[in-house]
Design a protein around this ligand. Structure first.
Ligand code: HEM
Length: 432
């Protein structure tokens, strides 16, 4: 049976329970898979400077969007690019984006309602539903447009989403080369973001620039902020890197993660019920409004969201998350682990396994990585994830459709963790 990279790493992790590290071959290159949290912690704290590059090589002339992403950038360039990208997720920017994400949530519920007109039950694939929503948020937040992702299957954002997300034999080879044999991938000029996506994004940026100029629109938003940095005015090429970064980083990982959360809620109806009650109480208290500050304090929703161990990028993290040594009964979906004092009992120390030059972080629980290379979009991802559940569960109930293959298996053609045959859910109107 073919296995996903995630399954392969987890298998190695489990086969050597007493070893602090295991020698592995990444095709023809010898590497180390570090298992012991203390060892990992010591490496990342003291020696980050030796392990700071991800084991990826993407020619930025061939793929300017992914090739200039902080995730791929190296050394000094990584520091510069990370600084440029990080400021887009400042507290002020995030507060502005909150309103757009809230609108995204409203559009989602309106869409589900409209699908229920003919049938009281709406059956959908969870990743597809989540993609419509995350692509809406990317279009609204990064470009300031109404992306129409719920209304039109052929909307620009949806078409670009399919172009980036497709999993087939060719995309599997591409990902394999970039993530496993980066030198060869680079030599063969492979790009993760296809040129047609680059063209569409460039056009959308140009249109937005023109529109704002013509209508004298000035907003304190993402699109405005990517036009300059430290007094330097950026051209369309640089704006493309930043919008493209939001697009690639912000939707693929998030949609996959949200689909796993919807799965867990569909199979743990007691947890779903408790979450729905917390949301009902919140809405009653705030008279149907969703104030930003209060939204952050929804404690059970926070716990539900953080419990999702489906880190879609790196399997050994998943192996650590599923190690009973650190998390009792690890496969149980249990938001309580992440609430209040229980949080403190999570053991520190783990690693990120991008080949032998692993970028190392500290913490057995690290769905967004950790240390200097951790995810810059974490707060945005959590915001949009929580809003997705908040809006859905305020009106609907989610049940697992029998089409979903349980237990889930992961798609071997995808480097990102996605369910092999999809996660199918039935959405019903809630009885209140
Ligand atoms: C649920 C959603 C997400 C998950 C699970 C996730 C997970 C991660 C993880 C584990 C890393 C660390 C990789 C490493 O150490 O090399 C990472 C890095 C990164 N993430 Fe995310 N991410 C998510 C959403 C986002 C979003 C929404 C954005 C931005 C819009 C984003 C932007 C980035 C960037 C730019 C990096 C590279 C940071 C660097 O190398 O300095 N991510 N993400």
């Amino acid at each position: 049976m073919r296995k996903s990279l995630n399954d392969i790493y987890e298998n190695i992790y489990r086969t050597f329970p007493d070893y602090p590290y295991v020698g592995v071959y990444i095709v023809n290159r010898p590497g180390l898979l570090i298992r012991d949290p203390e060892l990992i912690k010591s490496v990342i704290q003291q020696n980050f400077s030796h392990f700071h590059n991800n084991d990826l090589l993407v020619d930025e002339n061939v793929d300017p969007i992914f090739g200039k992403n902080p995730f791929v950038s190296r050394d000094e360039l990584w520091k510069q690019r990370r600084a440029i990208h990080t400021r887009q997720f400042s507290s002020g920017k995030l507060k502005y984006m909150f309103n757009l994400v809230l609108q995204g949530g409203d559009r989602l519920t309106r869409y589900v309602m409209s699908e229920m007109k003919a049938n009281p039950k709406f059956t959908t694939e969870a990743n597809d539903l989540a993609s419509k929503y995350t692509l809406y948020n990317v279009g609204a937040c990064a470009l300031g447009i109404d992306p129409m992702t719920f209304e039109d299957d052929n909307a620009e954002m949806r078409v670009m989403g399919r172009d980036v997300m497709e999993t087939n034999f060719y995309s599997a080879i591409k990902q394999f080369l970039i993530f496993i044999l980066p030198n060869l991938g680079n030599f063969l000029s492979i790009s993760i973001v296809p040129p047609k996506v680059k063209q569409r994004l460039t056009r959308l940026i140009n249109e937005q620039l023109k529109y704002r100029e013509q209508h004298k629109i000035v907003r304190n938003d993402f699109f405005e902020s990517i036009q300059e940095y430290k007094g330097e005015r950026f051209g369309v090429e640089e704006m493309l890197v930043q919008v493209g970064g939001f697009f690639v980083d912000g939707f693929v990982t998030s949609s996959a993660a949200f689909s796993f959360i919807l799965y867990e809620l569909a199979v743990n109806l007691d947890i779903q019920q408790r979450l729905a009650e917390e949301i009902d109480e919140f809405l009653a208290k705030h008279k149907g409004e969703v104030p930003y500050e209060a939204f952050q304090s929804l404690s059970y929703l926070n716990g539900v969201f953080l419990v999702e161990v489906g880190t879609p990028i790196v399997v050994p993290i998943m192996a650590l998350h599923y190690d009973e040594k650190y998390f009792p009964d690890p496969a149980r979906f249990d938001p309580e682990r992440h609430i209040g004092e229980n949080k403190a009992s999570i053991t520190k120390g783990t690693f990120m396994p991008f080949g032998n030059k692993a970028s190392i972080t500290k913490g057995t629980f690290m769905p967004f990585g950790d240390g200097p290379r951790s995810c810059i979009g974490e707060r945005f991802a959590l915001l949009q994830g929580k809003m997705l559940l908040f809006k859905l569960l305020s009106q609907f109930e989610i049940r697992l459709n029998p089409k979903t293959k349980v237990p889930l298996t992961f798609n071997p053609q995808s480097i990102i963790l996605v369910a092999e045959e999809g996660i199918w859910v039935d959405i019903h109107k809630r009885d209140k």
